[in-house]
Design a protein. Structure first.
Length: 266
């Protein structure tokens, strides 16, 4: 009887340590499970909605970040996540210096309430339910051209050929509709950051495919613009603060499923 009690006690202590290790803080305030639902590599689609509590708080007005007038902001209340502001400006600056200057932002971040209104108004063929749209992330923008439909303009062609250089992707390309389950949208760009946008461009992967690629590979080494990167994928139950590098710059993102991706510089 005593032996059974001891075994049960050991099992209980082990389970307690395992649970608390999975819930341990990564950066002082974010638990492992919370991290799965935050970051630049989240998949948000028909199957994986963003959770309302993890909507980003760093939203800024897009019209107030357009310091150099490289583009037009259609409405005064369009918001984007602040940390994509600099790479987006760099993208638009490159376009401007290459003679492409007729871009127009028509949509950015949307609240759950706004997304619900659009879904109720336009239906499932033209909108997604609240939480299932990338616009709920603050990392996506709808960009049009003042010269016509994006698929018919120099702006649309230039965007498709160059967004990856600055950490963005064309989220819903024509050749990936069977993967994304979203119709071709030549106006919708999504920030994933470097080096991920470059790898996705090189390998011709949609975001869903890219996450599966990282999951299969576990560790990927690459170099972009002279900067070396190591990308590590962990199932959340195997992730802990101990795997984070002590002396290198890194970013962390969940995949909105069950994985956590660390991107390490150097």
């Amino acid at each position: 009887m005593k032996k059974i009690i001891v075994i049960l006690l050991i099992f209980s202590i082990s389970a307690w340590f395992t649970f608390n290790n999975q819930k341990s803080n990564i950066d002082g305030h974010t638990s492992t499970q919370e991290q799965v639902y935050q970051g630049d590599l989240l998949i948000v689609n028909h199957d994986f909605p963003i959770k309302k509590k993890y909507i980003p708080k760093d939203l800024v007005n897009a019209s107030k970040t357009n310091y150099n007038n490289y583009y037009v902001v259609l409405y005064n209340d369009i918001l984007i996540s602040e940390h994509i502001k600099a790479p987006f400006e760099a993208l638009m600056e490159q376009a401007y210096h290459e003679g492409i200057s007729n871009f127009m932002i028509s949509s950015g971040f949307r609240s759950f309430e706004e997304q619900k209104r659009l879904y109720d108004e336009y239906g499932k063929d033209s909108a997604l339910p609240a939480g299932y749209s990338e616009h709920n992330l603050g990392l996506s923008l709808d960009i049009g051209s003042t010269q016509g439909r994006m698929e018919d303009t120099f702006e649309g062609q230039w965007l498709a050929e160059n967004v990856w250089q600055h950490g963005f992707i064309m989220r819903y390309p024509k050749n990936k509709t069977h993967i994304t389950k979203i119709k071709y949208e030549p106006w919708h760009i999504r920030y994933v950051g470097l080096p991920h946008s470059v790898l996705m461009q090189e390998k011709d992967l949609a975001l869903e495919e890219y996450i599966e690629f990282l999951k299969d590979e576990q560790i990927v080494h690459t170099s972009v613009n002279g900067q070396d990167y190591t990308i590590e994928y962990y199932d959340s139950v195997l992730f802990s603060k101990a795997v984070l590098p002590k002396d290198k710059t890194y970013t962390i993102s969940g995949d909105n499923q069950s994985g956590i991706i660390i991107t390490i510089e150097g």
